[in-house]
Write a protein that binds this ligand. Structure first.
Ligand code: SF4
Ligand code: SF4
Length: 256
């Protein structure tokens, strides 16, 4: 959906850019070369470059690569997709719920996940939207508690705090108060790292799973940059070992 970080590409407006180069080192995918022409295929829309671009300049803009769900989702399910996640980080309920209905109809027997953050939604609005989503998806609903989308580059407690906070709100305001939501699966996402599971357990925040994107990409990036990555078995095994350690740290209870 428009507004989703995952379907946007950053562009630098050259007549605004003052060539300070601040954005280059912030890009997690090396999509900004010295020429300052963003390599679109590498851009994952994370927004890091925009965050450091001087406000008086604001040279970074985005183009959204949104697709019509009704056209693209049947192709996905025909190709074997078993679950679908809709990033619903937009303020307007009608738009979101219309898209959600399409997702639900395209995946009548599979799990469907709505990914929500609090950028546009108050706690009350967030809970209301989950109720609307559940009314359509029933027991097929998964909620992704998206702290700050695509913010998990740093492996510390503060980075993962908001993701756990949003899961906490859903637990307290919905799962504990309304039995119909007691089994609603919550995946913690958006600002997740190797500390997420541990911090959530220490804070007494229940969750069904953790999805890790930006941080996982950052620890695997040095391996994936190698041209022999898929052919060099020791290198591949080392990368898989790092990924496995990331998972075990999240599912193993350790003291803070
Ligand atoms: S910092 Fe993020 S948004 Fe900017 S070019 Fe790199 S990947 Fe794209
Ligand atoms: S941070 Fe902004 S002004 Fe500086 S080089 Fe990047 S796009 Fe240009």
């Amino acid at each position: 959906m428009p507004g989703d970080h995952h379907v946007r590409k950053a562009y630098i407006t050259s007549d605004k850019c003052i060539k300070c180069n601040l954005c280059i080192p912030t890009c997690p995918t090396d999509a900004i070369p010295k020429s300052l022409e963003i390599i679109s295929n590498l851009c994952i829309g994370c927004g890091n470059c925009e965050a450091v671009c001087p406000p008086a300049v604001s040279a970074i803009t985005y183009e959204h690569n949104s697709k019509e769900l009704a056209k693209i989702l049947p192709q996905c399910t025909a190709a074997g997709a078993e679950s679908i996640e809709l990033h619903a980080g937009v303020p307007d309920d009608n738009t979101t719920i219309n898209e959600w209905r399409i997702v639900s109809e395209c995946m009548p027997n599979g799990m469907i996940s709505m990914c929500l953050d609090r950028y546009h939604l108050s706690n009350v609005h967030l809970i209301e939207r989950i109720r609307l989503a559940k009314g359509i998806a029933g027991d097929r609903l998964i909620i992704q508690a998206d702290g700050i989308p695509m913010s998990g580059g740093t492996d510390d407690f503060n980075t993962t705090l908001q993701a756990i906070g949003i899961a906490d709100i859903i637990n307290k305001e919905l799962k504990v108060k309304d039995r119909w939501y007691g089994k609603l699966p919550i995946l913690i996402s958006g600002g997740t790292n190797s500390n997420t599971g541990n911090l959530a357990r220490q804070c007494g925040v229940k969750f069904s799973g953790i999805t890790i994107g930006t941080h996982a990409r950052s620890i695997i990036k040095p391996y994936m940059g190698r041209i022999d990555y898929f052919k060099n078995t020791p290198v591949l095994k080392e990368a898989i070992g790092k990924a496995n350690r990331l998972i075990s740290r999240n599912i193993t209870d350790t003291k803070l």
